[in-house]
Design a protein around this ligand. Structure first.
Ligand code: ASP
Length: 586
């Protein structure tokens, strides 16, 4: 294993197991670790594979010794070259073994309830329950060490750019990210609660008012939301904020930091990060998190179907994508694509296999006979499809057509997580508001402290849904890594945004009064960003689930199988907190 572990002698050992090689032959060593495997060799000899975090080395010991797998032992012996024919090229230390061993059992182990072997993937519930054993596996060691490498690279980038690390409270007050919050009852103030922060958003803005100029923190954030593969109740962000900067400055610093992280992990630096507007991302890739590792861009065929007589194509917008070589797909697979499109809300999915006909390219499709000649030509010209390709088209309103095809594009074309290069992209110019909330007010797409785009400010009252914001997302290989924005630092603009959101001055004061008060005493223009570290590391590690890069994760239902949390509190503990148990629901 390439472990990044440094050999350092301690009072108990001379160095690490995984680094021994021919250069150490005849050296007397003391090693400590776990017995990974024991094999008997004749009557009086046994081979022990001794494992520490750097790797494994074979020790030849007295077969009468009582020592079992996962016992913690200390071995003293001499490094010898392995006899010819017994070299193990699969092991980093495979040219040597330890002889003349004296062995001390430092702690005996029971048979582990989960295999520590790499090849056996145990049941997830068992892995989580005995996470400390699961973490002994090479893959999990590598994942968490990769995470530390990424953290260290990000910290270095922040420090180099003059950011100051400041910790912010965990016992806090509601923050504006809009997710459900965890509440912590106060023992000293019965009936009152702290809220665990969804992010350090307001704290970092206050640090800007306080004049810190550049802040960062590797921060834990808590959201009491339903969890999924890419979401857990608590997660970690590299959080940052800076004063007297604009969007370009934030993008530059974050781009540098993630390029450093990529380089620390892969050894090579990703190229310049391209920028795409939210509207273009939707139009070309059907999503605000475009995976740029592959093309398959959506094309607009609306013009070709403007005067169509085909009902299936009478829609405000016709979009299409080409699956190169997809003409070989059987009917079953195509039907499954149609079902998938319908499940995404599409009225249907038209498909055309491109074949050669008597007069050039022709279509094989249930719709082929109904297409007008100029429509067929329009599809071919617009998509540049070639013989053997499959054209998929959706006719619907623009955003729906884009989203359906965007999802099919990823389904059909995306490489596996972590495969290929790291392709970052900045998505900028998000809409300020996202639909309407229950009361009919526009809902903030990022958070209510995001500065509207200067060109759109004048439409804030007349046409709020057309207003863009100065917010930006960083996307890596089709995953949203993080977001940020230029913040509102002027009271008049903040008031107008709260008005647009339907937040009365009293409500705003009650929720965010401390921030609004602070802004009355001189708030610098400021902007910031937060990168989701769990997702970043998962992509680097090629893991689908962020739980594979979290030391002690909770399950999908929020349970910690190792500690048993969440747990019921005793009546005494409840009463100390001023809480009474609600009667059980009938
Ligand atoms: N606090 C935001 C979030 O957690 C990020 C930011 O705007 O800096 O998404």
């Amino acid at each position: 294993m390439s472990d990044g572990a440094t050999d350092r002698a301690t009072s108990m050992r001379t160095g690490l197991c995984g680094h021994l090689g021919p250069a150490d032959v005849d050296r007397r060593v003391a090693l400590c670790g776990w017995v990974a495997r024991r094999r008997e060799h004749g009557e009086h000899l046994a081979f022990l594979d001794l494992r520490d975090h750097s790797g494994i080395v074979q020790c030849v010991v007295d077969g009468r010794l009582e020592v079992r797998s996962e016992d913690v032992v200390r071995v003293e012996g001499v490094v010898r070259r392995r006899p010819e024919g017994t070299l193990n090229p699969r092991l980093a230390t495979g040219e040597v073994e330890i002889h003349d061993c004296t062995l001390e059992v430092l702690a005996a182990a029971e048979t582990p309830p989960v295999p520590i072997e790499e090849r056996v993937e145990a049941d997830e519930a068992l892995r989580f329950r005995y996470r400390y054993l699961d973490l002994r596996r090479t893959k999990m060691q590598a994942n968490l060490r990769l995470r530390a490498t990424v953290n260290a690279a990000l910290r270095r980038a922040m420090e180099r750019n003059g950011f100051c690390e400041i910790e912010t409270p965990l016992l806090w007050s509601p923050t504006p990210e809009g997710a459900r919050e965890f509440a912590v009852p106060s023992r000293l103030h019965h009936g009152s609660f702290y809220v665990l922060p969804q992010s350090p958003q307001l704290a970092k803005q206050l640090l800007m008012v306080a004049g810190f100029d550049r802040y960062y923190q590797i921060a834990r954030c808590m959201r009491d939301e339903d969890t999924r593969a890419d979401r857990t109740l608590e997660f970690t962000q590299l959080d940052l904020e800076a004063s007297f900067v604009g969007q370009d400055d934030v993008l530059a610093v974050v781009s540098e930091a993630v390029a450093d992280a990529s380089e620390a992990v892969t050894g090579s630096r990703p190229g310049d990060i391209t920028r795409i507007s939210w509207a273009d991302a939707l139009d070309r890739f059907g999503t605000d998190k475009p995976d740029m590792r592959f093309a398959m861009e959506l094309v607009d065929l609306s013009a070709s179907f403007e005067d169509t007589s085909l009902r299936a194509f009478s829609a405000p917008c016709v979009k299409a994508l080409v699956l190169a070589g997809g003409g070989s797909l059987g009917r079953g697979r195509i039907d499954a694509l149609v079902d998938r499109a319908r499940a995404l809300g599409s009225p249907g999915l038209a498909w055309f296999k491109v074949v050669s006909g008597p007069d050039g390219l022709a279509f094989e499709s249930p719709l082929a006979a109904h297409l007008a000649e100029d429509e067929r030509a329009g599809v071919l010209a617009g998509t540049e499809a070639r013989e053997g390709d499959l054209v998929l088209a959706v006719a619907a309103d623009h955003d729906l057509a884009c989203k359906v095809l965007g999802s099919l594009r990823v389904h059909l074309g995306a490489p596996a997580v972590g495969e290929g290069e790291h392709r970052y992209v900045w998505v900028v110019d998000f809409p300020m508001f996202e639909g309407l909330d229950d009361a009919g007010n526009p809902a903030a797409a990022h958070h209510p402290f995001t500065m509207p785009h200067p060109e759109d400010l004048e439409h804030l009252e007349s046409d709020p849904l057309s207003v863009r914001s100065q917010s930006y997302d960083l996307v890596l290989n089709g995953w949203e890594l993080g977001s940020g924005s230029v913040r509102i630092h002027r009271a008049d603009i903040q008031r107008r945004v709260f008005d647009a959101l339907g937040l009365s001055p009293e409500d705003a004061q009650a929720r965010f009064g401390f921030l609004l008060d602070a802004f009355r005493y001189g708030a610098p223009p400021h902007a910031g960003f937060a990168i989701g570290l769990d997702r970043l590391v998962a992509i680097f590690a090629g893991e689908e689930s962020i739980r594979e890069v979290i030391a002690f994760p909770k399950t999908q239902s929020g349970a910690d199988l190792m500690t048993g949390a969440p747990k019921a509190l005793s009546e005494a503990a409840l009463s100390e907190l001023g809480l009474v148990r609600a009667p059980a629901k009938k």
